[in-house]
Design a protein. Sequence first.
Length: 144
Amino acid sequence: MYSSDRACQRFLNYISLTLLKKSIKRVRASWFYTLMVDESTDVGKVPHMIVYAGFIEDFQPKTCFLGLVELEGSSSNDLYQSLTCFLATLHLDMGNIISVGSNGATSRLNGLATKLKKVNPFMISIHCVAHRTNLCLVDAFKNF
């Protein structure tokens, strides 16, 4: 039985790292992968981006959590820099990204997806259905 907070923290960190390595190995084994990203700000007012990967394994679509990336800011440049650095540390080839889903950081002029398309011009971008629904609701309530 662990009675030390530090021992428990090290134990959890080791489990987390082991699971992440297994997930990365699975994503790398696929010919291509998709990304799903979303930004949020925690209670300490620190912006983060959550990153999921979708891939094919045993002829079945799979999704795994890759990480929570701390952001320097919320501009598309900040998102792009943080995401590319994060993917580089995981040794995931950005040329294998076939699609990215986000909350609308897909601006055609200068958004995250536009920047990613410079690496892979055949990649498609998808505006998350849940975020689009929320935007519709906000617009609908502006009239009341």
